[in-house]
Write a protein that binds this ligand. Structure first.
Ligand code: BGC
Length: 382
């Protein structure tokens, strides 16, 4: 009978060989066709995967995040991003689900602004105002894509050329966005842009999250903290009045964590204008443009949590007020009002018409650079 001798060195060498092979086998990024648009253009989907088994799917169409699979407190994966199975729906049915939004995320009043003495008129697409970059914004264009991996992350870089006059905006703009998904379940979104003529810019990502799963019903039980002592009140068309109002003692106070649903039905006029939360919070920073924690949100039920970090001055917290169950989502999901929330890091809405807001002007020779991180984690029971 053969005798086997236990030799830690040999076992160790064997295990490191296996782990090395596993690492080599870890296919951090893969690509396949997601669909074909009516005009014949093919849409690719990249899957960025990490060593923990979590993954994020991103299209070259609009840089759209179509799925985010992350674990709950028991380690069970679920897809927490709302979206569609069909590429065409992102052009026809989508309220910017998962998309990169530009050239100017959020609203510009009456689609008009002046810059260096020139008046510009933008495409109007939202009750008399310009919203999210216009009729064919960055979310509806196919971006050039390049994928690569590092030792602990998958990266997808997307580039878009937006011509001078695109949706009314001046200047030929080159925008580059890099998504990085690492082994700590952090999704980093790094935005970069340059222009050949003075323009305005405000880029964001418009993912809709439900931390219990993309089709798990209401998010009103999720607990939210926003690091902001003021917000920018709006008129009935959701254009800022120009004021920065304290949140203290109002329904907008999320400085201490509270359930999203606690005050949402309070009958407050601002809430009526937005049909819920659809406002810009002025993030509290140690210094302007500091990259800091901006918000945290968790679901007491699943334990899933997002820590949001950004260098941007504002955060649009939107509670899916216009979802109404009329569009067929992924896996025949029926997304209802309050079925998701968005955390849109941004400059303040309508900044080009409010000199007291941080500037959104980008000039030739300057570089627009900004970074936002969504860190997906879990929290134990409260
Ligand atoms: C806006 C909402 C809008 C939603 C989808 C948000 O950023 O503030 O008013 O309905 O995007 O377009």
């Amino acid at each position: 009978m053969k005798k086997y001798i236990f030799c830690p060195a040999i076992v160790g060498a064997f295990l490191s060989l296996v782990s090395c092979m596993t690492n080599e086998k870890l296919d951090r990024i893969s690509v396949k066709q997601f669909g074909v648009l009516d005009d014949g253009r093919s849409v690719q989907v990249y899957t960025l995967k990490n060593s923990t088994g979590s993954s994020i799917d991103i299209l070259d169409l609009g840089g759209i995040i179509t799925a985010i699979n992350v674990p709950d407190r028991e380690g069970h994966l679920a897809d927490i991003a709302l979206g569609f199975d069909n590429a065409k729906q992102y052009l026809t049915d989508s309220p910017y689900m998962g998309a990169l939004v530009g050239r100017y995320a959020n609203r510009i009043a009456r689609g008009k602004f002046s810059l260096d003495g020139n008046d510009y008129t933008l495409a109007i697409n939202n009750i008399g105002n310009a919203l999210h970059g216009g009729i064919v914004g960055f979310d509806k264009k196919i971006w050039q894509s390049t994928a690569r991996t590092t030792d602990d992350a998958a990266m997808l870089t997307l580039t878009l050329l937006s011509s001078d006059g695109d949706e009314g905006y001046p200047g030929a703009l080159t925008a580059t966005v890099t998504y990085t998904f690492d082994d700590q379940n952090r999704l980093t979104i790094a935005y970069h842009a340059t222009t050949d003529k003075a323009t305005v810019i405000n880029l964001t990502n418009h993912s809709y999250f439900n931390l219990n799963g993309h089709n798990a019903g209401s998010i009103l039980d999720h607990v939210m903290m926003i690091k902001a002592g003021t917000y920018t009140p709006v008129d009935e068309t959701l254009i800022p009045t120009g004021e920065m109002a304290p949140v203290n003692g109002t329904v907008f106070d999320f400085e201490s964590p509270k359930p999203i649903g606690r005050d949402i039905g309070a009958g407050e006029q601002q809430i009526q204008f937005g049909l819920g939360y659809d406002h810009n919070w002025v993030l509290e920073k140690s210094a302007p443009n500091d990259f800091e924690l901006a918000a945290t949100v968790y679901s007491p039920k699943s334990g899933r949590m997002i820590n949001l970090y950004t260098d941007q001055p504002g955060l649009q917290f939107y509670t899916g007020n216009f979802l109404d169950g009329t569009v067929a989502g992924k896996e025949n999901a029926n997304y209802q009002k309050r079925g998701a929330f968005c955390l849109e890091t941004q400059h303040f809405p309508d900044s080009p018409n409010h000199p007291n807001f941080p500037t959104t002007v980008l000039r030739p020779g300057e570089t627009y650079e900004t970074t936002t991180v969504f860190e997906f984690g879990v929290i134990d029971r409260d």
